[in-house]
Design a binder for this molecule. Structure first.
Ligand code: PEP
Length: 289
């Protein structure tokens, strides 16, 4: 059974002075069994957010706390890269990292090849990666959305050991508690920060295409196991359309993730999806509060 995940991308918002309090409020108000929650603040706020999330008031009844993620990582382990942050530097501050966000593809000219190197650097440091893929509006209108995403996946995952996707039962149990090493976020670029969302059915079709592509790229074990999130102007009012799709396992949330009410609503709805999946799989729920 794949994880249900809600990840918050705070982008370039919050400061070390206010990020901890916001994270604690969101963590406390979004305690929901069965949902992996991840908050990705700016680098300089990682420590404040990590420290704010240790209290029992943010841990859900099934033991899930809130994980901390970075929004980017450098592809090299160390060196003369002014202003950059290596994966090993994040260890202890974050356990997740976003790679390939469209705003970095746009603003920092990140290529699929570079994103692949970041992904491997993150993996080598033991960070869980959220790999973002998604097409531009003109690419969708030209009927090229799936081929663009296929190219992005192929570029980012070239050279990845297929064995990383095959898990023993013990590894699968560990991954279900803390998340797998790789999650894909399908984020149509035209839906990010615009208030526009994809249709749930289109996002689900893309999630299925992503799994087919992973198998075709030589990762047959990835297909059913890798969580695929939707991202693009998700709010508590729009999330249901995506969670109604069995192919979609949660959301990467930008703007709305800075609002505790919104995050509480989104995670609560994701909790219903997680409970329904558990029931379908015949898994008895743990204690609830
Ligand atoms: C994002 O930053 O990944 C994102 C999806 O942003 P928003 O929800 O604001 O569109």
């Amino acid at each position: 059974m794949r994880n249900v995940i809600v990840a918050a991308n705070w982008k370039m918002h919050t400061t070390p002075a206010d990020a901890g309090e916001l994270a604690r409020t969101i963590g406390a108000r979004s305690r929901t069994p069965g949902v992996l929650r991840v908050i990705c603040p700016p680098f300089v706020c990682l420590a404040a957010v990590r420290d704010a999330l240790v209290g029992p008031d943010v841990v859900a009844a099934d033991g899930n706390g809130v994980a901390v993620g970075a929004q980017n990582v450098h592809h090299e382990a160390a060196g003369a890269y002014t202003g950059e942050v290596a994966a090993t530097m994040l260890v202890g501050l974050a356990s997740w990292v976003i790679v390939g966000h469209s705003e970095r593809r746009r603003d920092a000219a990140e290529t699929d090849d570079l994103i692949g190197r970041k992904l491997r650097a993150a993996r080598a440091a033991g960070l869980r990666a959220i790999l973002c893929v998604g097409e531009q509006l003109d690419e969708r209108q030209a009927g090229r959305a799936e081929s663009v995403v296929e190219r992005q996946l192929g570029g980012a995952l070239a050279g990845t050991d297929p064995g990383l996707f095959s898990m023993t039962d013990a590894q699968a149990a560990a991954a279900s508690a803390v998340g797998p090493w790789l999650t894909i976020a399908y984020e149509p670029v035209w839906a990010i920060g615009t208030g526009l969302t994809a249709r749930g059915s289109d996002a689900a079709a893309m999630a299925t295409a992503i799994r087919v592509t992973l198998a075709r790229l030589g990762f047959p074990d990835a297909g059913e196991g890798v969580p695929v999130l939707y991202g693009g102007s998700v709010t508590s009012a729009s999330i249901d359309e995506f969670l109604a799709e069995p192919a979609i396992d949660g959301a990467l949330v930008g703007g709305a993730s800075l609002k505790p009410d919104e995050m509480a609503g989104i995670v609560a709805r994701a909790g219903l999806t997680a409970a329904a999946r558990r029931a379908q799989a015949g898994i008895v729920a743990g204690p609830t509060n």
